[in-house]
Design a binder for this molecule. Structure first.
Ligand SMILES: [Zn+2]
Length: 276
């Protein structure tokens, strides 16, 4: 291992998929600076909370469980965040549990090896049509209103080598079935870097993967895309509330007032950890 590797503190983490397929014991919210958070330890292991008129607008803690719920987001210097939505391409199928530890490096190395055509060997998934990408883009557009508030900027690119966030598809996530038979609909994988170590690292793509089987109608695909893009923006932990788009087993299709309060809170934080 090189000195370069040794001195890097690169925290690899994974985001929980949108369904209840994965164990959630590491998504406890311990209080990381959001006022008025409800004590929610372990509640992801239950069926979730319901909001009341009194807390309808309250942020939840979006911090990353792997680093003690610390806030993670993009820096202003990364704006506009560039998004590339693949034409229905599937990355090589691996067991669902292996996705978090492999996807960023895999995609990074594919782009490095062949920047002009990095994904020429990948095939399209069953069920993908051009319309699916419109739905994915529509879901992402749910976050556009915050540009007006100066929180962040994002745009779409047709060059994957220049993208910060890349979207791929799968017909089904391998080994992702929960006991109830529900499969994951999406997963977002990113690497987190300490902001004071950015001069030592190279940019790493954030990877979103969406299931065309689970998200088998327009509304589901659009909402799954919006949820995963919320993770890609930095809402790492799920909301414990069923009324929020970022609830782990999403039941709503658009951002709630609390999702909006949460992204505002996140992008007004001075952060020690970023995606880059
Ligand atoms: Zn999620």
């Amino acid at each position: 291992m090189s000195k370069f590797n040794l001195i890097l503190l690169i925290l690899l983490f994974n985001l929980q998929p949108m369904s209840q397929a994965q164990p959630l014991s590491n998504t406890l919210i311990n209080g990381g600076g959001v006022n008025d958070l409800q004590p929610v330890n372990g509640l992801h292991l239950t069926e979730g909370l319901n909001r009341t008129p009194q807390n309808m607008n309250d942020a939840y803690n979006p911090g990353e469980p792997a680093i003690n719920m610390k806030a993670v987001r993009w820096l202003n210097t990364s704006m506009p965040i560039a998004i590339w939505i693949s034409p229905g391409l599937a990355l090589p199928s691996v067991p669902f549990d292996e996705i978090p530890n492999t996807r960023c490096d895999l995609v990074y190395s594919m782009i490095k090896a062949n920047p002009k055509n990095p994904f020429g060997d990948l095939s399209k998934v069953n069920g993908w049509t051009e319309e699916v990408n419109d739905l994915v883009a529509n879901g992402i557009e749910q976050w556009r209103e915050f540009e007006n508030e100066g929180l962040f900027k994002f745009g779409f690119t047709d060059d994957p080598a220049n993208a910060n966030i890349l979207v791929f598809f799968t017909d089904i996530f391998k080994d992702a079935s929960a006991p109830g038979g529900i499969s994951a609909g999406g997963i977002t994988t990113a690497k987190i870097f300490p902001v004071d170590k950015l001069h030592l690292v190279h940019k790493m793509p954030v990877i979103i993967e969406l299931s065309t089987t689970v998200n088998n109608d327009a509304q589901k695909m659009q909402a799954a895309s919006a949820h995963e893009f919320g993770h890609a923006l930095g809402i790492k932990a799920h909301s414990p509330y069923r009324e929020d788009l970022m609830y782990v087993d999403r039941v709503v299709n658009s951002l709630s007032p609390a999702d909006k309060a949460t992204i505002r809170w996140l992008y007004h934080q001075k952060t020690d950890y970023v995606m880059y």
